[in-house]
Write a protein that binds this ligand. Structure first.
Ligand code: NDP
Length: 458
Protein backbone atom coordinates (compact mmCIF):
# COMPACT_ATOMS: atom_id res chain seq x y z
CA UNK A 1 0.00 0.00 0.00
CA UNK A 2 1.33 3.41 -0.96
CA UNK A 3 1.44 5.99 1.81
CA UNK A 4 0.17 8.58 -0.69
CA UNK A 5 -3.37 9.19 -1.95
CA UNK A 6 -2.12 9.17 -5.56
CA UNK A 7 0.87 7.88 -7.49
CA UNK A 8 0.72 10.96 -9.69
CA UNK A 9 -0.96 14.32 -9.27
CA UNK A 10 -1.05 16.50 -12.40
CA UNK A 11 -1.72 20.23 -12.15
CA UNK A 12 -3.19 21.46 -15.42
CA UNK A 13 -5.32 19.57 -17.95
CA UNK A 14 -3.81 20.98 -21.13
CA UNK A 15 -2.03 19.05 -23.84
CA UNK A 16 1.06 18.09 -21.83
CA UNK A 17 -0.69 17.31 -18.55
CA UNK A 18 -3.43 15.22 -20.13
CA UNK A 19 -0.98 13.13 -22.18
CA UNK A 20 1.15 12.37 -19.12
CA UNK A 21 -1.88 11.66 -16.92
CA UNK A 22 -3.44 9.27 -19.44
CA UNK A 23 -0.24 7.36 -20.04
CA UNK A 24 0.48 7.08 -16.32
CA UNK A 25 -3.09 5.95 -15.55
CA UNK A 26 -2.96 3.35 -18.35
CA UNK A 27 0.18 1.88 -16.75
CA UNK A 28 -1.95 1.13 -13.68
CA UNK A 29 -0.94 4.15 -11.60
CA UNK A 30 -3.47 6.01 -9.47
CA UNK A 31 -3.68 9.45 -11.08
CA UNK A 32 -5.55 12.69 -10.39
CA UNK A 33 -5.61 15.84 -12.52
CA UNK A 34 -6.63 19.30 -11.31
CA UNK A 35 -7.84 21.97 -13.74
CA UNK A 36 -9.09 25.39 -12.72
CA UNK A 37 -10.58 26.31 -16.11
CA UNK A 38 -11.85 24.12 -18.93
CA UNK A 39 -10.18 20.83 -19.76
CA UNK A 40 -8.05 21.07 -22.90
CA UNK A 41 -5.78 23.98 -21.96
CA UNK A 42 -4.66 26.85 -24.13
CA UNK A 43 -4.40 24.83 -27.34
CA UNK A 44 -7.96 23.53 -27.34
CA UNK A 45 -9.80 26.30 -25.51
CA UNK A 46 -8.09 29.59 -26.44
CA UNK A 47 -5.18 28.83 -28.74
CA UNK A 48 -4.21 26.65 -31.69
CA UNK A 49 -7.58 25.03 -32.34
CA UNK A 50 -10.01 27.99 -32.24
CA UNK A 51 -7.30 30.10 -33.93
CA UNK A 52 -7.11 27.61 -36.82
CA UNK A 53 -10.91 27.76 -37.21
CA UNK A 54 -10.60 31.55 -37.40
CA UNK A 55 -7.87 31.22 -40.02
CA UNK A 56 -10.06 28.88 -42.08
CA UNK A 57 -13.05 31.22 -41.77
CA UNK A 58 -11.09 34.32 -42.72
CA UNK A 59 -9.32 32.68 -45.70
CA UNK A 60 -12.60 32.39 -47.59
CA UNK A 61 -12.39 36.07 -48.51
CA UNK A 62 -9.27 35.26 -50.52
CA UNK A 63 -10.73 32.03 -51.94
CA UNK A 64 -13.83 33.86 -53.19
CA UNK A 65 -11.63 36.26 -55.13
CA UNK A 66 -9.70 33.42 -56.74
CA UNK A 67 -12.89 31.46 -57.44
CA UNK A 68 -14.34 34.32 -59.45
CA UNK A 69 -11.41 34.16 -61.87
CA UNK A 70 -12.14 30.45 -62.35
CA UNK A 71 -15.66 31.21 -63.55
CA UNK A 72 -17.63 31.01 -60.32
CA UNK A 73 -20.23 33.67 -59.69
CA UNK A 74 -20.57 34.62 -56.09
CA UNK A 75 -23.52 36.60 -55.04
CA UNK A 76 -22.08 39.10 -52.55
CA UNK A 77 -20.70 36.63 -49.98
CA UNK A 78 -21.13 37.89 -46.42
CA UNK A 79 -19.64 36.75 -43.17
CA UNK A 80 -21.71 36.21 -40.02
CA UNK A 81 -19.44 36.52 -36.97
CA UNK A 82 -22.09 35.37 -34.48
CA UNK A 83 -22.83 32.22 -36.50
CA UNK A 84 -19.12 31.45 -36.76
CA UNK A 85 -18.52 31.96 -33.03
CA UNK A 86 -21.46 29.67 -32.17
CA UNK A 87 -20.07 26.89 -34.42
CA UNK A 88 -16.56 27.38 -33.07
CA UNK A 89 -17.74 27.24 -29.45
CA UNK A 90 -19.72 24.08 -30.13
CA UNK A 91 -16.67 22.36 -31.61
CA UNK A 92 -14.42 23.51 -28.76
CA UNK A 93 -16.95 22.14 -26.24
CA UNK A 94 -16.97 18.83 -28.11
CA UNK A 95 -13.16 18.61 -28.10
CA UNK A 96 -12.96 19.54 -24.42
CA UNK A 97 -15.49 16.78 -23.74
CA UNK A 98 -13.26 14.30 -25.58
CA UNK A 99 -10.33 15.28 -23.38
CA UNK A 100 -12.48 14.69 -20.28
CA UNK A 101 -13.67 11.32 -21.60
CA UNK A 102 -10.13 10.25 -22.52
CA UNK A 103 -8.91 11.02 -19.02
CA UNK A 104 -11.79 9.11 -17.42
CA UNK A 105 -11.43 6.17 -19.82
CA UNK A 106 -7.77 5.90 -18.88
CA UNK A 107 -8.81 5.77 -15.21
CA UNK A 108 -7.57 9.22 -14.13
CA UNK A 109 -9.63 11.26 -11.68
CA UNK A 110 -10.45 14.83 -12.70
CA UNK A 111 -10.82 17.61 -10.13
CA UNK A 112 -12.07 21.08 -10.98
CA UNK A 113 -10.32 23.80 -9.01
CA UNK A 114 -7.06 25.65 -8.59
CA UNK A 115 -4.30 23.48 -7.11
CA UNK A 116 -1.58 24.78 -4.80
CA UNK A 117 1.48 22.95 -3.53
CA UNK A 118 1.66 22.75 0.25
CA UNK A 119 4.98 20.91 0.24
CA UNK A 120 6.80 18.43 -2.00
CA UNK A 121 4.05 15.81 -1.73
CA UNK A 122 0.89 17.66 -0.67
CA UNK A 123 -1.45 19.61 -2.92
CA UNK A 124 -4.48 21.62 -1.87
CA UNK A 125 -7.24 21.72 -4.45
CA UNK A 126 -9.80 24.51 -4.18
CA UNK A 127 -12.99 23.05 -2.75
CA UNK A 128 -11.46 19.58 -2.31
CA UNK A 129 -8.99 19.88 0.53
CA UNK A 130 -5.46 18.49 0.68
CA UNK A 131 -4.33 15.32 -1.10
CA UNK A 132 -0.92 13.68 -1.20
CA UNK A 133 0.96 12.25 -4.16
CA UNK A 134 4.20 10.37 -4.69
CA UNK A 135 4.93 12.32 -7.87
CA UNK A 136 3.60 15.69 -9.00
CA UNK A 137 3.61 17.06 -12.54
CA UNK A 138 3.10 20.78 -13.17
CA UNK A 139 1.64 21.53 -16.59
CA UNK A 140 -0.07 24.88 -16.09
CA UNK A 141 1.01 26.46 -19.40
CA UNK A 142 1.29 30.18 -19.97
CA UNK A 143 -0.80 33.34 -20.08
CA UNK A 144 -0.72 36.40 -22.31
CA UNK A 145 1.72 39.03 -21.08
CA UNK A 146 0.64 42.65 -20.75
CA UNK A 147 3.13 45.49 -21.22
CA UNK A 148 3.83 47.30 -17.95
CA UNK A 149 4.84 50.57 -19.60
CA UNK A 150 1.65 51.45 -21.49
CA UNK A 151 -0.86 53.67 -19.68
CA UNK A 152 -4.47 52.60 -20.13
CA UNK A 153 -3.50 49.06 -21.12
CA UNK A 154 -6.73 47.85 -19.47
CA UNK A 155 -8.58 49.18 -22.51
CA UNK A 156 -6.89 46.56 -24.68
CA UNK A 157 -7.58 42.87 -25.21
CA UNK A 158 -5.32 39.83 -25.64
CA UNK A 159 -5.81 36.71 -27.74
CA UNK A 160 -7.95 35.30 -24.89
CA UNK A 161 -10.66 37.87 -25.57
CA UNK A 162 -10.23 37.88 -29.36
CA UNK A 163 -12.01 34.52 -29.46
CA UNK A 164 -15.12 35.98 -27.83
CA UNK A 165 -15.58 39.49 -29.22
CA UNK A 166 -19.30 40.32 -29.20
CA UNK A 167 -18.98 41.70 -32.74
CA UNK A 168 -16.28 42.23 -35.34
CA UNK A 169 -14.70 45.67 -34.96
CA UNK A 170 -14.42 47.98 -37.96
CA UNK A 171 -10.80 48.84 -37.11
CA UNK A 172 -8.27 46.93 -35.04
CA UNK A 173 -4.73 47.70 -33.93
CA UNK A 174 -2.69 44.59 -33.13
CA UNK A 175 0.52 45.08 -31.20
CA UNK A 176 3.49 42.68 -31.50
CA UNK A 177 5.49 40.98 -34.21
CA UNK A 178 5.35 37.35 -33.09
CA UNK A 179 3.21 34.35 -33.95
CA UNK A 180 0.00 35.61 -32.38
CA UNK A 181 0.13 39.18 -33.71
CA UNK A 182 0.90 38.04 -37.24
CA UNK A 183 -1.75 35.30 -37.21
CA UNK A 184 -4.51 37.53 -35.85
CA UNK A 185 -3.62 40.33 -38.24
CA UNK A 186 -4.30 37.90 -41.10
CA UNK A 187 -7.50 36.70 -39.47
CA UNK A 188 -9.05 40.13 -38.86
CA UNK A 189 -7.90 41.42 -42.24
CA UNK A 190 -9.55 38.42 -43.91
CA UNK A 191 -12.78 39.22 -42.11
CA UNK A 192 -12.69 42.69 -43.67
CA UNK A 193 -11.57 44.53 -40.52
CA UNK A 194 -9.30 47.53 -41.17
CA UNK A 195 -6.17 46.01 -39.59
CA UNK A 196 -2.99 47.75 -38.48
CA UNK A 197 -0.11 45.74 -37.07
CA UNK A 198 2.20 47.81 -34.87
CA UNK A 199 5.55 46.32 -33.92
CA UNK A 200 8.44 47.80 -31.96
CA UNK A 201 11.10 45.97 -34.00
CA UNK A 202 12.44 46.52 -37.49
CA UNK A 203 10.87 43.34 -38.85
CA UNK A 204 8.24 40.78 -37.87
CA UNK A 205 8.80 37.24 -36.54
CA UNK A 206 12.11 37.55 -34.74
CA UNK A 207 13.86 34.18 -34.69
CA UNK A 208 12.72 33.20 -38.18
CA UNK A 209 14.95 33.37 -41.25
CA UNK A 210 15.37 36.93 -42.55
CA UNK A 211 14.02 36.01 -45.98
CA UNK A 212 10.91 34.60 -44.30
CA UNK A 213 10.44 37.72 -42.17
CA UNK A 214 10.70 40.11 -45.10
CA UNK A 215 8.57 37.95 -47.36
CA UNK A 216 5.77 37.57 -44.78
CA UNK A 217 5.65 41.32 -44.16
CA UNK A 218 5.50 42.06 -47.90
CA UNK A 219 2.79 39.49 -48.54
CA UNK A 220 0.70 40.63 -45.58
CA UNK A 221 0.82 44.18 -46.88
CA UNK A 222 -0.25 42.97 -50.33
CA UNK A 223 -3.27 41.37 -48.64
CA UNK A 224 -4.19 44.68 -47.02
CA UNK A 225 -2.67 44.58 -43.52
CA UNK A 226 -1.09 47.93 -42.64
CA UNK A 227 2.23 47.29 -40.93
CA UNK A 228 3.93 49.93 -38.81
CA UNK A 229 7.42 48.92 -37.70
CA UNK A 230 9.72 50.56 -35.17
CA UNK A 231 6.74 51.90 -33.24
CA UNK A 232 5.83 51.52 -29.58
CA UNK A 233 2.76 52.44 -27.57
CA UNK A 234 2.94 55.08 -24.83
CA UNK A 235 -0.76 55.05 -23.87
CA UNK A 236 -4.31 54.12 -24.73
CA UNK A 237 -7.30 56.39 -24.17
CA UNK A 238 -11.01 55.93 -24.65
CA UNK A 239 -12.54 58.31 -27.16
CA UNK A 240 -16.25 57.87 -27.72
CA UNK A 241 -16.72 54.29 -28.94
CA UNK A 242 -13.09 54.01 -30.00
CA UNK A 243 -9.60 53.87 -28.55
CA UNK A 244 -6.78 56.28 -29.33
CA UNK A 245 -3.31 54.76 -29.38
CA UNK A 246 -0.57 57.29 -28.71
CA UNK A 247 2.95 56.18 -29.57
CA UNK A 248 6.28 57.14 -28.03
CA UNK A 249 7.10 58.99 -31.27
CA UNK A 250 4.05 61.21 -30.61
CA UNK A 251 1.90 59.76 -33.42
CA UNK A 252 -1.64 58.55 -32.81
CA UNK A 253 -4.01 55.99 -34.29
CA UNK A 254 -7.74 55.44 -33.71
CA UNK A 255 -9.35 52.03 -33.67
CA UNK A 256 -12.27 50.18 -32.12
CA UNK A 257 -10.13 47.44 -30.57
CA UNK A 258 -6.47 47.28 -29.54
CA UNK A 259 -5.06 43.80 -29.08
CA UNK A 260 -1.70 43.20 -27.40
CA UNK A 261 0.12 40.05 -28.52
CA UNK A 262 3.46 40.74 -26.86
CA UNK A 263 4.39 37.29 -25.64
CA UNK A 264 3.20 34.81 -23.07
CA UNK A 265 4.45 34.18 -19.55
CA UNK A 266 4.66 30.88 -17.68
CA UNK A 267 1.63 30.51 -15.42
CA UNK A 268 3.13 29.98 -11.97
CA UNK A 269 1.08 32.42 -9.86
CA UNK A 270 -0.51 30.90 -6.77
CA UNK A 271 1.03 27.47 -7.35
CA UNK A 272 2.91 27.40 -4.04
CA UNK A 273 6.21 26.62 -5.76
CA UNK A 274 8.28 28.09 -2.93
CA UNK A 275 6.58 25.86 -0.36
CA UNK A 276 7.64 22.84 -2.39
CA UNK A 277 11.13 24.15 -3.16
CA UNK A 278 10.54 24.33 -6.92
CA UNK A 279 12.97 26.84 -8.45
CA UNK A 280 12.34 29.20 -11.34
CA UNK A 281 14.87 30.26 -13.96
CA UNK A 282 15.65 33.98 -14.41
CA UNK A 283 12.89 34.31 -17.01
CA UNK A 284 10.26 33.14 -14.50
CA UNK A 285 9.75 29.66 -15.94
CA UNK A 286 10.06 26.45 -13.92
CA UNK A 287 13.63 25.19 -14.15
CA UNK A 288 13.83 21.56 -15.32
CA UNK A 289 16.46 19.07 -16.43
CA UNK A 290 16.42 17.02 -19.64
CA UNK A 291 13.86 14.68 -18.06
CA UNK A 292 11.58 17.61 -17.07
CA UNK A 293 12.47 17.11 -13.41
CA UNK A 294 12.38 20.29 -11.29
CA UNK A 295 14.72 21.24 -8.43
CA UNK A 296 12.43 19.15 -6.17
CA UNK A 297 13.18 15.51 -7.09
CA UNK A 298 9.60 14.17 -7.05
CA UNK A 299 8.13 17.13 -8.95
CA UNK A 300 8.28 17.51 -12.74
CA UNK A 301 7.08 20.21 -15.13
CA UNK A 302 6.28 20.11 -18.86
CA UNK A 303 5.02 22.48 -21.52
CA UNK A 304 4.88 26.27 -21.65
CA UNK A 305 5.35 26.64 -17.89
CA UNK A 306 8.95 25.54 -18.52
CA UNK A 307 9.37 27.92 -21.50
CA UNK A 308 11.51 25.60 -23.62
CA UNK A 309 9.78 25.40 -27.02
CA UNK A 310 6.25 26.66 -26.47
CA UNK A 311 4.36 24.47 -28.90
CA UNK A 312 1.57 21.98 -28.20
CA UNK A 313 3.24 18.93 -29.75
CA UNK A 314 6.36 19.66 -27.72
CA UNK A 315 4.35 19.76 -24.47
CA UNK A 316 2.74 16.46 -25.46
CA UNK A 317 6.09 14.83 -26.14
CA UNK A 318 7.57 16.19 -22.90
CA UNK A 319 4.57 14.79 -21.01
CA UNK A 320 4.89 11.44 -22.77
CA UNK A 321 8.64 11.29 -22.08
CA UNK A 322 7.99 11.91 -18.38
CA UNK A 323 5.39 9.11 -18.27
CA UNK A 324 7.66 6.71 -20.20
CA UNK A 325 10.47 7.40 -17.76
CA UNK A 326 8.54 7.29 -14.50
CA UNK A 327 5.73 4.79 -15.18
CA UNK A 328 7.05 2.45 -17.88
CA UNK A 329 10.66 2.16 -16.74
CA UNK A 330 11.99 3.51 -20.05
CA UNK A 331 14.13 6.61 -19.40
CA UNK A 332 13.15 8.99 -22.21
CA UNK A 333 14.23 12.53 -23.01
CA UNK A 334 12.40 14.56 -25.61
CA UNK A 335 14.84 15.81 -28.22
CA UNK A 336 14.24 19.54 -28.68
CA UNK A 337 16.37 19.65 -31.87
CA UNK A 338 14.84 20.04 -35.34
CA UNK A 339 11.34 20.81 -34.12
CA UNK A 340 9.36 22.18 -37.04
CA UNK A 341 6.97 25.06 -36.52
CA UNK A 342 4.30 26.83 -38.48
CA UNK A 343 2.93 30.33 -38.35
CA UNK A 344 -0.65 30.45 -39.59
CA UNK A 345 -0.22 33.86 -41.08
CA UNK A 346 -1.74 34.58 -44.48
CA UNK A 347 0.25 33.33 -46.33
CA UNK A 348 1.48 30.80 -43.77
CA UNK A 349 5.03 29.85 -42.81
CA UNK A 350 6.62 26.45 -42.25
CA UNK A 351 10.14 26.26 -40.87
CA UNK A 352 12.50 23.64 -39.53
CA UNK A 353 16.14 23.80 -38.54
CA UNK A 354 18.52 26.71 -38.69
CA UNK A 355 18.04 30.09 -40.24
CA UNK A 356 20.72 31.25 -42.65
CA UNK A 357 22.15 33.59 -39.99
CA UNK A 358 22.24 30.85 -37.35
CA UNK A 359 23.93 28.42 -39.75
CA UNK A 360 26.54 30.97 -40.85
CA UNK A 361 27.38 31.73 -37.25
CA UNK A 362 27.39 28.10 -36.01
CA UNK A 363 28.73 26.24 -39.06
CA UNK A 364 30.69 28.74 -41.12
CA UNK A 365 30.31 28.19 -44.82
CA UNK A 366 26.79 27.39 -46.00
CA UNK A 367 25.11 27.06 -49.39
CA UNK A 368 21.77 28.74 -49.79
CA UNK A 369 19.08 27.65 -52.23
CA UNK A 370 16.25 30.11 -52.70
CA UNK A 371 13.25 30.53 -54.93
CA UNK A 372 10.26 32.83 -55.11
CA UNK A 373 7.41 32.34 -57.57
CA UNK A 374 3.72 32.86 -58.20
CA UNK A 375 1.59 29.85 -57.20
CA UNK A 376 -0.10 28.35 -60.27
CA UNK A 377 -3.50 28.70 -58.60
CA UNK A 378 -3.33 32.48 -59.04
CA UNK A 379 -2.55 32.40 -62.77
CA UNK A 380 -6.14 33.34 -63.69
CA UNK A 381 -6.84 35.90 -60.98
CA UNK A 382 -3.47 37.57 -61.38
CA UNK A 383 -3.13 37.88 -57.61
CA UNK A 384 0.28 39.21 -56.66
CA UNK A 385 0.93 36.57 -53.95
CA UNK A 386 4.31 34.90 -54.13
CA UNK A 387 5.53 31.67 -52.57
CA UNK A 388 9.03 31.53 -51.05
CA UNK A 389 11.28 28.54 -50.37
CA UNK A 390 14.76 28.34 -48.96
CA UNK A 391 17.18 25.58 -48.07
CA UNK A 392 20.22 26.12 -45.86
CA UNK A 393 22.95 23.55 -46.54
CA UNK A 394 26.18 23.07 -44.62
CA UNK A 395 28.91 23.40 -47.24
CA UNK A 396 31.34 20.66 -46.18
CA UNK A 397 28.89 17.87 -45.26
CA UNK A 398 26.16 18.98 -47.68
CA UNK A 399 23.63 18.27 -44.90
CA UNK A 400 20.44 20.31 -45.17
CA UNK A 401 20.27 22.14 -41.85
CA UNK A 402 17.32 24.43 -42.51
CA UNK A 403 14.19 24.51 -44.64
CA UNK A 404 11.90 27.55 -44.79
CA UNK A 405 8.69 27.91 -46.77
CA UNK A 406 6.14 30.72 -47.02
CA UNK A 407 3.06 30.09 -49.11
CA UNK A 408 -0.11 28.02 -49.37
CA UNK A 409 0.19 24.74 -47.45
CA UNK A 410 3.66 25.59 -46.09
CA UNK A 411 2.75 24.10 -42.66
CA UNK A 412 1.74 20.83 -44.36
CA UNK A 413 4.96 20.73 -46.41
CA UNK A 414 7.23 21.39 -43.48
CA UNK A 415 6.01 18.34 -41.58
CA UNK A 416 7.41 16.14 -44.36
CA UNK A 417 10.60 18.16 -44.72
CA UNK A 418 11.16 17.84 -40.96
CA UNK A 419 11.33 14.03 -41.26
CA UNK A 420 14.12 14.26 -43.80
CA UNK A 421 16.07 16.90 -41.90
CA UNK A 422 15.71 14.99 -38.63
CA UNK A 423 17.14 11.92 -40.37
CA UNK A 424 20.12 13.95 -41.60
CA UNK A 425 19.35 14.29 -45.29
CA UNK A 426 22.02 15.60 -47.66
CA UNK A 427 21.24 17.93 -50.53
CA UNK A 428 22.05 15.16 -53.04
CA UNK A 429 19.64 12.72 -51.35
CA UNK A 430 16.97 15.42 -51.19
CA UNK A 431 17.40 16.18 -54.89
CA UNK A 432 17.29 12.49 -55.83
CA UNK A 433 13.63 12.53 -54.71
CA UNK A 434 11.46 12.79 -57.78
CA UNK A 435 9.18 15.82 -57.91
CA UNK A 436 5.38 15.57 -57.57
CA UNK A 437 3.91 17.59 -60.42
CA UNK A 438 2.21 20.04 -60.56
CA UNK A 439 2.59 21.12 -56.95
CA UNK A 440 4.20 23.97 -55.07
CA UNK A 441 6.25 21.50 -53.06
CA UNK A 442 8.06 20.17 -56.13
CA UNK A 443 10.06 23.39 -56.18
CA UNK A 444 11.68 22.24 -52.95
CA UNK A 445 13.41 19.34 -54.71
CA UNK A 446 14.27 21.16 -57.93
CA UNK A 447 16.45 23.99 -56.60
CA UNK A 448 19.79 23.18 -58.20
CA UNK A 449 21.74 26.44 -58.33
CA UNK A 450 23.00 27.94 -55.08
CA UNK A 451 21.64 31.42 -54.51
CA UNK A 452 24.12 34.16 -53.72
CA UNK A 453 22.40 37.41 -52.90
CA UNK A 454 24.55 40.51 -52.98
CA UNK A 455 22.97 41.99 -49.86
CA UNK A 456 21.82 38.93 -48.00
CA UNK A 457 18.15 39.48 -48.75
CA UNK A 458 16.75 38.54 -52.14
P1 NDP B 1 6.17 35.94 -29.33
O1 NDP B 1 7.15 35.74 -28.27
O2 NDP B 1 6.18 35.06 -30.52
O3 NDP B 1 6.23 37.45 -29.83
C1 NDP B 1 6.08 38.52 -28.96
C2 NDP B 1 6.16 39.79 -29.75
O4 NDP B 1 5.84 40.89 -28.93
C3 NDP B 1 7.55 40.03 -30.31
O5 NDP B 1 7.41 40.55 -31.60
C4 NDP B 1 8.11 41.06 -29.34
O6 NDP B 1 9.01 41.93 -29.95
C5 NDP B 1 6.88 41.85 -28.96
N1 NDP B 1 6.98 42.45 -27.63
C6 NDP B 1 7.39 41.88 -26.47
N2 NDP B 1 7.25 42.74 -25.45
C7 NDP B 1 6.77 43.88 -25.96
C8 NDP B 1 6.40 45.14 -25.41
N3 NDP B 1 6.54 45.40 -24.11
N4 NDP B 1 5.94 46.10 -26.24
C9 NDP B 1 5.80 45.87 -27.57
N5 NDP B 1 6.11 44.69 -28.15
C10 NDP B 1 6.58 43.71 -27.36
O7 NDP B 1 4.77 35.89 -28.56
P2 NDP B 1 3.30 35.64 -29.02
O8 NDP B 1 2.48 36.32 -27.99
O9 NDP B 1 3.09 35.99 -30.45
O10 NDP B 1 3.16 34.06 -28.87
C11 NDP B 1 3.57 33.40 -27.69
C12 NDP B 1 4.09 32.02 -27.99
O11 NDP B 1 2.99 31.17 -28.27
C13 NDP B 1 4.99 31.92 -29.21
O12 NDP B 1 6.30 32.18 -28.95
C14 NDP B 1 4.77 30.48 -29.63
O13 NDP B 1 5.68 29.67 -28.93
C15 NDP B 1 3.35 30.18 -29.18
N6 NDP B 1 2.45 30.23 -30.35
C16 NDP B 1 2.63 29.35 -31.38
C17 NDP B 1 1.81 29.37 -32.48
C18 NDP B 1 2.04 28.43 -33.60
O14 NDP B 1 2.73 27.44 -33.40
N7 NDP B 1 1.52 28.69 -34.79
C19 NDP B 1 0.70 30.31 -32.58
C20 NDP B 1 0.60 31.20 -31.45
C21 NDP B 1 1.44 31.15 -30.39
P3 NDP B 1 10.57 41.57 -30.15
O15 NDP B 1 10.63 40.63 -31.29
O16 NDP B 1 11.17 42.89 -30.39
O17 NDP B 1 10.99 40.95 -28.85
Amino acid sequence: MSKFDYDLFVIGAGSGGVRAARMAALSGAKVAVAEEHRVGGTCVIRGCVPKKFMVYASEFAHHFKTAKAYGWSLDNPRFDWAAFIAQKDMEIARLSGIYVANLRNAGAELMHGKARLIDGHAVEVEGRGVVSAERILIATGGRPAAPDDVAGVDLSITSNEAFHLPALPKRIVIVGGGYIAVEFAGIFNGFGVDTTLVHRGENLLRGFDDHVRTHVAEEMEKCGVKIQLGRKHARLEQSGDGIISTFIDGGTLSSDVVMFAVGRRPYVEGLGLEAAGVALNPGGAIKVDDYSRTSTPNIWAVGDVTDRINLTPVAIREGAAFAETEFYGRPTRFDHEMVASAVFSQPPVGAVGMTEAEARSALGKVDIYFTRFRPMKYAFSGEAERCMMKLVVENSSQLIVGCHVVGPDAPEMIQMAAIALKMGVTKAQWDSTCAVHPTLAEELVTMREPYAPADGVG
